[in-house]
Design a protein around this ligand. Structure first.
Ligand code: NDP
Length: 294
């Protein structure tokens, strides 16, 4: 990542922790940064670093070739873009809130109706990574527009164009956060099961990190199976997984804990066994079919 870019005026709408990090990284690279936030006092840290405050979203966008909208969700972002009105015409706007593909498509259609070039975006890494090579931002929309702004955007982190279709970046975002939060939930639930068994989190940690490390080859194998539709030669088959889930549900209940997530997975695996796929890999089961039965 280069550290000095040509100066560009960039507007950042939203000054939560992430909006401040985006504005700060742009300032660090010497850009002219215009900022707006619903609560103006929240702009103070970035204004102290050299950003110029705007009193309305339209005032900010009118000064910038590139605008990043980073607020809590796409409903808020859409209301802000509506306030920008005709000042959006001919400008590039990137929506960077984490939200559903449908809400991303709605924002895209509102921004383009105002004459803006619009890219849908998803920030996949925390605040501390912004402005470093560890930052990761996914973008959908016109590849030409991504390329036009790539130099500036790469000052924020690694930029991945994921496709032309609006909502694609949000699709990645929702999928990856689904994986992330159910994994974190699983860790916290497991840590509670451990605590009830007299094992503290520090004692569990090296073994928990062992589980984290085996996820890399396992997820790689599962991804290939999902795309190729190959479910045989299981290293751990559905019958075995189903039995294991029975024990895990019992252990959680014995410890006085709920086991909703484990029970949901058990429903899916049992369905696979009942359908005659007990010797197959877990990729054989369909969450879509299981949801229809629930
Ligand atoms: P928040 O998600 O809490 O968003 C705060 C920002 O949203 C503030 O600017 C706030 O304005 C604004 N906001 C909230 N509601 C409204 C509204 N109705 N109208 C206008 N503005 C509104 O904090 P973050 O900055 O952390 O996150 C921003 C986005 O970035 C979120 O979608 C988040 O999921 C995503 N993200 C954040 C990461 C992180 O590490 N923080 C990592 C990856 C993605 P006000 O100050 O006036 O309340």
């Amino acid at each position: 990542m280069t550290t000095h870019q040509d100066t560009t005026t960039v507007a950042v709408l939203g000054a939560g922790p992430m909006g401040q990090a985006l504005a700060g990284a742009l300032l660090d690279r010497g850009h002219d940064v215009v900022v707006w936030n619903r609560t103006a006092t929240r702009l103070e840290p970035v204004v102290a670093r050299g950003a110029r405050p705007a009193t309305t979203p339209a005032e900010a966008v009118a000064q910038a070739t590139l605008t990043l909208v980073n607020v809590i969700d796409n409903a808020a972002a859409t209301a802000i873009v509506d306030q920008v009105g005709e000042a959006a015409s001919g400008r590039t706007i990137i929506g960077l809130a984490s939200d559903t593909p449908d809400s991303s498509r709605e924002l895209q259609s509102r921004a383009t109706a105002l004459g803006a070039r619009y890219l849908g975006g998803a920030i996949m890494t925390p605040v501390a990574t912004i402005g470093t090579e560890h930052g990761s931002i996914l973008l959908d929309g016109s590849e030409d527009v991504v390329e036009r702004h790539r130099t500036v955007l790469e000052g924020l982190g690694a930029i991945s164009w994921v496709g032309e279709q609006p909502g694609t970046a949000a699709g990645y975002d929702m999928a990856l956060l689904d994986f992330f939060w159910t994994s974190i939930g699983g860790y916290l639930h497991g840590a509670e099961v451990a605590r009830k068994a007299g094992i503290d989190a520090a004692s569990l940690l090296p073994h928990a990190l062992g589980i984290v490390s085996i996820l890399t080859p396992i997820v790689t194998d599962l991804a290939g199976r999902l795309d190729q539709g190959t479910h045989d030669d299981a290293t751990s088959d559905l019958e075995s997984i189903s039995a294991s889930l029975d024990h895990l549900v019992h252990a959680a209940h014995d410890a006085g804990l709920g086991a909703d997530a484990l029970e949901a997975l058990r429903r899916v695996t049992r369905r696979g066994v009942d359908a005659g796929h007990g010797k197959d890999e877990i990729t054989r089961v369909s969450f879509a079919e299981a949801a229809a039965l629930a």
